[in-house]
Design a protein around this ligand. Structure first.
Ligand SMILES: [Fe+2]
Length: 346
């Protein structure tokens, strides 16, 4: 078995490959690491066949759909997962066959209702059900402490004590542990009974993960994150530097249309000399009267350089093939001390 653990902050994902058939699987991929999974698989001569999410994540953005699309793999999740873009839904007791490897599915609800563990040879991938010296939390959507108690004490902890435990999260840099070690020393497991465990979990009072709304929205719908929308727009447009734009303004050639896509009050309180106002929200509707010549060079600008990127991508889509976005926003433009004009358009 070829095995690679990929750590990003507290998230852990895994690439497992069969040496004989060169088939591989990625478990719990994270959106910032897509190129890494593909690169590691390529380096080891592996073809990724399956991309598995052990559960619906609330604290990070799953890359399953995107990664699977890129490499032509199947997205695998538990039968009841709310995620819509799943190719193969599996049940408790099912086996996912990856070349000569057999991944045994163990339904272990509690952290979420759709949580599952995967047992492969000498190790178990526990998702967020069992962590090193901890357990997944049960206070997020579809979490349930009683269910987690059953999943832990009646299923996971009854596995071979020598099995290596690889969780989906680890915050202290440890790579893995074993079922036996967790049984002996995991503080959350040293409880007398179910009631004690439920009380313990209920008293944790953890803060909400950052991005929970966006993570649940995108992971449960297959929709895009804001960062993804911006990255896709940025990949479609060239940018122009402050220096180049200023050289143009100073040269007085007036070859570029500077399009300020902020709202009117922001524009009035200070804009790039010669800039025209066309708020992003009105762009499509007013483009015909404001920008009659699609061959003109257009530079979009906004406060932080993000909305202007979306605006330039929209303009390109509408046929303005020379639309570019300013690399940076008005905030930096002012801070550097570049010239600004106050008031409305003449
Ligand atoms: Fe989780």
């Amino acid at each position: 078995m070829l095995f690679e653990q990929i750590a990003v902050g507290g998230c852990r994902s895994y690439l497992i490959g069969c040496e004989d058939s060169c088939a591989a699987v990625v478990i719990d991929p994270e959106v910032s690491q897509i190129d890494r999974y593909v690169a590691l698989a390529t380096r080891d001569g592996l073809r990724i066949r399956y991309v598995i999410d052990t559960h619906t994540h609330a604290d990070h953005f799953s890359a399953s759909h995107q990664l699977a699309q890129q490499v032509g793999a199947q997205v695998v999740m538990f039968r009841t997962s709310p995620a819509p873009l799943v190719d193969m839904r599996v049940d408790d007791g099912d086996m996912i066959v990856v070349g000569k490897l057999r991944l045994q599915v163990l339904h272990t609800p509690g952290h979420t209702r759709d949580s599952m563990c995967l047992v492969v040879e000498d190790r178990v991938f526990t998702g967020d059900a069992l962590l090193i010296g901890g357990t997944g939390r049960t206070d997020l959507p579809s979490g349930d402490s009683e269910m987690l108690y059953d999943s832990l004490f009646n299923r996971i902890l009854k596995l071979d004590p020598a099995l290596k435990v690889y969780p989906a999260h680890e915050y202290k840099g440890r790579s893995h542990t074993t079922i036996g070690e967790e049984l002996a020393s995991n503080p959350r497991l040293q409880v007398a009974d179910r009631e004690a465990f439920v009380t313990l979990m209920g008293g944790l009072n953890m803060s909400m993960p950052t991005h929970i709304t966006e993570a649940l929205r995108t992971n449960m719908s297959g929709g895009k994150t804001v960062a993804q929308m911006l990255a896709e727009a940025a990949a479609q447009v060239p940018f122009i530097s402050f220096v180049e734009l200023k050289r143009n303004i100073d040269g007085g050639k007036n070859e570029m249309i500077i399009l300020d896509v902020r709202e009117r009050d922001a524009y009035v309180s200070g804009h790039i000399p010669g800039a025209h106002l066309l708020p992003r929200g009105q762009l499509e509707l007013r483009v015909n009267e404001e920008l009659p010549d699609p061959t003109k060079r257009i530079v979009t600008c906004c406060e932080l350089g993000r909305i202007s990127t979306l605006a330039a991508a929209t303009l390109r889509e509408m046929g303005f093939q020379r639309a570019v976005a300013l690399d940076g926003g008005m905030k930096s433009w002012r801070e550097i001390g570049n010239p600004i004009t106050l008031g409305s358009e003449p």
